[in-house]
Each structure stands twice: as structure tokens, then as C-alpha cells.
Design a protein around this ligand. Structure first.
Ligand code: P6P
Length: 336
């Protein structure tokens, strides 16, 4: 017999939970296994895309007026189903839906909130570019009179868990519950996410910068000064530019290789394009847990108080060296 001592995601979560909450009843682990199930189903559909009729657009727009891909609708439905049936999720909020969804018959029931971008980067999917599911988990905390919309709008530092599943050359899940960042690779022969990258740490410095430079004329001056530096060869560092146009893929590379990802304010998106609640917050939680930095150019992403579910935010995230350099051009010390 092989020593098949694999550490599955489910086992890792239970171990992590017991370390953090020895009296845990497994409720949280049960919730996260719902995310795992949904992402396995989504991953299979992504993998079969060329062979199935899931290709192309759904013939509808999402709440932001963006054309929905059929897979956007599919991924959203699968996450709603898998999480809605866990029994301990009270509210769900998705990029694809205007408002949070009350899951249980008694709206005050359900200990957790899950917010997600069901298929980030989906506009690239028909050309076989990696896409991902991004998720974040909060505990319900309904102050008197709070609406469900307000209950979902919690600061990023209150996240209980955050992560993403990258549907790339392999299907990888990267997550944190505040005890470091851990990467799992889906073993298709057994249909299980197996621990392959424990305790991921972002390199202190990298050699890659990642930004859509087609918008550079509309970037703030500090950003243009930073980009001039990054191409100058100063500090004996030659940086390369890499931009996939899929946040999960661009961040995953930054996490593994270091450097910096930037989505600054642009003339078209004065507040940046990315969403605070279900894109920037989970990415920032992961980045900080891996020893990196994530800001909006002014303060930590995780300190920002969301005012609306779909609000946008500038996102600068990556290695401490490049982030400190960026903030030197902003002339604002990093408040981390
Ligand atoms: P742009 C994908 O549409 C997405 O929401 C993110 O995944 C990605 O980082 C960003 O937009 C790319 O935006 O303006 O460079 O095409």
C-alpha cells in the first residue's frame, strides 16, 4: 500500500478550526465544505466548456449592465444552491445579484454570511483564460434596526474566512481563516482538494508588475510616477509586465512570485473597477495573511467601511517592497 497520507481540504479545515476554536461544533467546516462542493461543480463545467452548450452569453445583463456569460449564471446558481442548503448560512450576496439573499425561512436564523464573485474574469472564458470564484465569510452581526443590506456591509478585517478557486491548468483553492494561507490542488482522480501549498508566503520583493497600462493616461500622477520607476531599472531591478485581465489569476501569480498588482482609479472608473466587498476584501485578507500588503492607495483595504454592496475601490496589492515604493510616490506612509 502507498503511504497515501493526503491532507484534504475538509481535514485541514477541521484541524485549523480545532486549533482556533477547540470547542467548535463543525458548523463552520460544514459551511466551507459547501463552497468546496460548489467549486468542484463549477470547475467541471468550466473544464467541459468547449464541449458543452455552456459557452457564450446568457442573453442577459447582470445588475451592473454587464453582459452575463452562461457560466456566470450557472456558477451563481450552484453557489446559491450549495450554500443555501447548509442550514447555517443566513445571508448570501453575489456580484450577480442586486441585493443580498435571505436564505432561511426565519430571516434572523443562520449564523453566517457568504459573499462571492461566482466567476471572476468570465469575459475571458471563451478564449480559455483562467477564471476563478472568490468568496468571503462573515459572522452575522445584526445591530438593532439594521437592514440585511447593512448587515452584509462589514469591514474586511471582520472576515472569518476568504479564498478563491482558480480554474486554471489545474484547479486550485487558496484560502485563509486568519491562520496563514494554504493552497490545495484538486486531484481529479479522487475528486478531492489536496493540500499542496501549506503556509503560502508572498515574497518580500518581486520582479513583476501587473496593471492594464492601456488606461495609463487616466491614472493618478503618483501611479504614473511609480510605473516610470518600475521601468527605470533603478535599484538594479528589471521588472517584467504581466497582465492576464483575470483578477484571481493575476493575484495568484503575485502571491506565488511576488511583485505588485494594480487596478488604480482610471478616467473610466474613477473609483477603480474592482469591487470592495467580494473582490478586494477577500484578496486583501489573503495578501496580508501571506505577509503582503493591500491598500486603496490611501489605507488598508481591510479597514474600509463598505457603503454599498457593489461599490468599487482602487486596489494595490503585493509584496511589501513594491507596495512601500508605491506609497513613497503617494507620499503617504503605509498605515498597516
Ligand atoms: P480590465 C474581469 O472582468 C475583472 O473583473 C477582473 O477579474 C480583472 O482584474 C479586471 O476585471 C480586468 O479589467 O479593465 O483590465 O479589462
Amino acid at each position: 500500500m502507498n503511504d497515501y497520507n493526503i491532507e484534504t481540504f475538509e481535514r485541514h479545515i477541521v484541524d485549523q478550526q480545532h486549533k482556533k476554536h477547540p470547542d467548535a461544533q463543525g458548523d463552520f467546516s460544514w459551511l466551507l465544505s459547501g463552497i468546496v462542493l460548489a467549486c468542484k461543480i463549477i470547475g467541471e463545467e468550466v473544464r467541459r466548456l468547449g464541449l458543452s452548450d455552456s459557452r457564450g452569453t446568457a442573453g442577459s445583463d447582470n445588475v451592473h449592465g454587464e453582459e452575463q456569460q452562461k457560466l456566470d449564471v450557472f456558477a451563481n446558481q450552484v453557489l446559491m444552491e450549495c450554500l443555501g442548503s447548509r442550514g447555517n448560512v443566513g445571508l448570501l450576496a453575489s456580484e450577480e445579484d442586486e441585493d443580498p439573499i435571505v436564505v432561511l425561512e426565519n430571516p434572523d436564523q443562520g449564523e453566517y454570511i457568504v459573499v462571492f464573485d461566482p466567476l471572476d474574469g468570465s469575459s475571458n472564458i471563451d478564449v480559455n483564460v483562467s477564471v476563478g470564484t472568490i468568496f468571503s465569510v462573515f459572522r452575522r452581526s445584526r445591530a438593532n434596526g439594521d437592514s440585511f443590506d447593512e448587515e452584509v456591509l462589514q469591514c474586511g478585517h471582520q472576515q472569518l474566512a476568504a479564498g478563491y478557486v482558480l480554474y486554471g491548468s489545474s484547479t486550485m483553492m487558496v484560502y485563509t481563516i486568519g491562520q496563514g494561507v494554504h493552497g490545495f490542488t484538486l486531484d481529479p482522480t479522487i475528486g478531492t482538494f489536496v493540500l499542496t501549498h501549506p503556509n503560502l508566503e508572498i515574497p518580500e520583493r518581486g520582479t513583476i508588475y501587473s496593471v492594464n497600462e492601456s488606461y495609463a493616461d487616466g491614472f493618478p500622477p503618483y501611479c504614473r510616477r511609480f510605473l516610470h520607476w518600475v521601468k527605470s531599472g533603478e535599484d538594479d531591478m528589471l521588472y517584467r509586465s504581466r497582465y492576464i485581465g483575470s483578477l484571481v489569476a493575476d493575484f495568484h501569480r503575485t502571491l506565488f512570485k511576488g511583485g505588485i498588482f494594480l487596478y488604480p482609479p482610471t478616467s473610466f472608473f474613477p473609483q477603480g473597477k474592482l469591487r470592495l466587498v467580494y473582490e478586494a476584501n477577500p484578496i486583501a485578507f489573503l495578501a496580508e495573511q501571506a505577509g503582503g500588503v493591500a491598500t486603496n492607495g490611501d489605507e488598508r483595504i481591510l479597514q474600509l467601511q463598505p457603503a454599498a454592496l457593489h461599490e468599487r475601490v482602487p486596489l494595490f496589492v503585493g509584496s511589501s517592497f513594491e507596495m512601500n515604493k508605491l506609497h513613497a510616490f503617494i507620499q503617504r506612509p503605509l498605515k498597516v
